[in-house]
Design a protein around this ligand. Structure first.
Ligand code: 6R9
Length: 649
């Protein structure tokens, strides 16, 4: 089981990448030039002199004007590449489109139906420039926000890059969320322009986006224009005053478009993520530090070389997609695969057939997907020639040693090292991760990336080894978030528990070799199939149903997904559900948040365990759901509520 402390602690196997692999890696060659003899020395030097490390890497990129200082760190506020002028798009597209790489493929896109589209760097620049002009013509200026709700189609990165090019701030909302999430985020970001599509297909079924967007746009006073991509060919209605077809606007747009010279600290995007309250946090990332951070980690962790074919099988609507599908690979001048659909559609061989078809050499996915493929069995990957793979990655949740070994042996043919990368929406880039030169232990994210100071501490802030504690970061890093949009106090809260220390919200252990073992969230945030969902968000969706008086949501351990959502609800007296309460409430949560937040289990109870001050004691419910002992219940106001929960199956 993911997060099973005992199995992680018993895990003693060590996997060493081959010498040949090590010597050929980007990081090894970089170290060789600087006479750095091994991994330990690299970490030591970088920690001592982060300025040296980041300054060298930042010089691999193009600056309109050089910076005068690498960083200023006044915790919790950092400023990177001070006084420089930079635009991430200059580095992601323009410099390649003008150079030798112009005809190199940037993206190979495959739709769920098998349709294929690809774009060279030059063609991508053409699309991005034109769309940037469309936005400019609509009056979008530097510093304005643009809200985007698109499926995994090429127009999504094009729209993001077009915003960045003109200095606008994109706010992408995952298309698997229901449109209400889009409404909330448009209003928080106060966008004038929004972008969506008619719809998309999922497992062969058409899902309409525009129809739902029409409904929520009645409650978004700031929106003046909606740009609509025709993708699924679903018949939709267009509002002639407000709606614009993407393809019509692009036909008229011109190619020439200047790239805005930005201060490296200017915001690049807002990405909303779940925190411990029901209100999502608008994590803000900037052009300069974020650009340098994601570029460097992709280069050194995933070792991307000119001939690699990179596939990060995440959704662009999450941070993994922002950093490692859109920005970092383009900055590296790499060729990436983007897949629109579900990994096991139409059959469990889909991913492996695509690896064979496109000769994917570096593949990055989540443990939940690995566990799903484990369940389908080896026969599926064995049908295909996946020998092009040379390096694998994992992200989103702890990978249990069994899944790690399966991934290593069955997919990596015991040859491909696995980079288990720990990071968050807030961190923007990998923070605790192996490098291709590290010895690997299955289930461990290994050590901090060069320059990062990470630790595991107890409640008093003392560093601890062996036992579980708070995972914290004690340094600045270039891709760190700079604030939470419209909520600077909540930003400071990350640094308020321990002085000058970033509290990640995860529990981890550090072993005698200094290896980190991440165990999962310590707060009221669930991790369902690698997606962050707050218990409070699901609870508030449940209580927004007229029949529900109270709700408590906890995570139930699940073999494939890590956690499943388990909800306990108190129904209002005299309320009658037309059909089964489970069906009604599941549907309600789906339409309030989205399919990923749908509770797998819903139980009716007469009362929820509460403290005398009236707070729901989730700890007690969680223990029950996990089959653990409930612990101290002396502060409970209603012990009978626990008995009732215990009686449920
Ligand atoms: C990138 C991303 C962040 C949370 C994080 C942690 C979990 C991510 C992990 C991992 C163990 C890894 N997490 N990577 N846990 N090992 N390699 O997923 O960002 O959506 O913000 O989630 O995901 O719990 O705190 P985000």
């Amino acid at each position: 089981m993911p997060g099973d402390l005992d199995s992680l602690l018993k895990e003693k196997r060590i996997f060493k990448p081959s010498l040949e692999f090590v010597k050929d890696s980007n990081i090894y060659k970089w170290m060789e030039k600087r006479n750095i003899k091994d991994y330990d020395e690299l970490l030591e030097l970088a920690e001592k002199d982060p300025e040296w490390f980041w300054d060298e890497l930042a010089h691999e990129l193009e600056w309109f004007e050089p910076y005068t200082k690498t960083f200023n760190w006044n915790p919790p506020h950092a400023e990177w590449f001070v006084n420089g002028k930079f635009n991430i798009v200059q580095n992601a597209i323009d410099r390649h489109a003008h150079g030798e790489q112009k005809d190199k493929t940037a993206f190979i896109w495959e739709g769920e139906s098998g349709e294929v589209r690809s774009l060279t760097y030059k063609q991508l620049q053409m699309q991005v420039n034109k769309f940037a002009n469309v936005l400019r013509d609509l009056g979008v200026k530097k510093g304005d926000t643009v809200s985007i709700y698109l499926p995994m189609i090429l127009e999504l990165p094009i729209a993001m890059l077009a915003c960045a090019k003109i200095g606008a701030i994109h706010s992408v909302v995952f298309s698997g969320f229901w449109a209400k999430a889009f409404q909330e985020r448009i209003n928080d970001a106060d966008s004038k322009v929004a972008i969506t599509a008619d719809g998309f297909t999922r497992r062969g079924k058409q899902i309409c986006l525009k129809e739902n967007v029409d409904v929520i746009l009645e409650n978004t006073p700031s929106i003046q224009k909606l740009i609509v991509v025709e993708h699924a060919k679903i018949p939709i209605e267009m509002d002639s005053n407000r709606d614009i077809w993407w393809h019509e606007a692009m036909e008229k747009a011109v190619f020439e478009c200047t790239t805005e010279e930005m201060d490296p600290e200017d915001p690049l995007f807002i990405l909303y993520t779940s925190g411990t309250t029901g209100k999502p946090k608008g994590v803000v990332h900037v052009h300069g530090g974020y650009g340098v951070g994601v570029y460097t980690t992709l280069k050194f962790v995933f070792d991307i070389k000119p001939d690699d074919i990179w596939w990060c099988a995440a959704d662009i609507g999450w941070i993994t997609g922002h950093s490692y599908i859109v920005y970092a690979p383009l900055m590296m001048g790499a060729t990436s695969v983007i897949y629109e659909g579900t990994p096991d559609y139409p059959d469990p061989g889909r991913v492996w057939s695509m690896i064979e078809k496109y000769n994917v050499s570096v593949f990055y996915t989540a443990p939940t997907t690995v566990r799903m493929f484990m369940k389908f069995g080896e026969k599926w990957p064995e049908k295909y020639d996946i020998s092009s793979l040379r390096l694998l990655g994992s992200v989103g949740e702890p990978i249990n040693p069994e899944a790690w070994i399966w991934y290593h042996e069955v997919i990596g043919k015991s040859r491909c090292p696995i980079m288990d990368t720990w990071w968050q929406t807030e961190t923007g880039m990998h923070l605790i991760t192996p490098l291709p030169i590290s010895d690997l232990k299955p289930g461990s994210a290994v050590k901090p990336f060069p320059t990062i100071v990470a630790d595991v501490i107890d409640d008093d802030g003392n560093s601890i080894k062996g036992g579980g504690g708070h995972l914290v970061i004690k340094s600045t890093w270039p891709a760190m978030f700079r604030t939470l949009y419209n909520d600077p106090n909540r930003y400071e809260a990350y640094w308020s528990s321990f002085k000058n220390t970033y509290l990640s919200g995860d529990v981890a252990r550090k072993d005698d070799d200094g290896y980190f073992w991440i165990q999962g969230r310590e707060d009221d945030v669930l991790n369902v199939a690698g997606h962050r969902i707050s218990t409070a968000e699901v609870e508030s969706a449940l209580v927004s149903h007229p029949g529900v008086a109270e709700a408590a949501v906890v995570g139930k351990p699940d073999e494939i997904k890590g956690e499943e959502i388990s909800a306990f609800v108190v129904i209002k007296e005299n309320y009658h559900f037309e059909t089964s309460y489970e069906t009604v409430l599941r549907h309600h949560v789906r339409t309030e948040i989205g399919p990923i937040a749908t509770p797998k289990y819903i139980k009716l109870v007469g009362d929820l365990p509460k403290t005398r001050s009236g707070k729901i004691m989730r700890r007690v419910i969680k223990a029950r759901v996990k089959g653990e002992t409930v612990g101290d219940t002396s502060t409970l106001a209603n012990p009978e509520a626990v008995k009732e929960i215990e009686k449920l199956d």
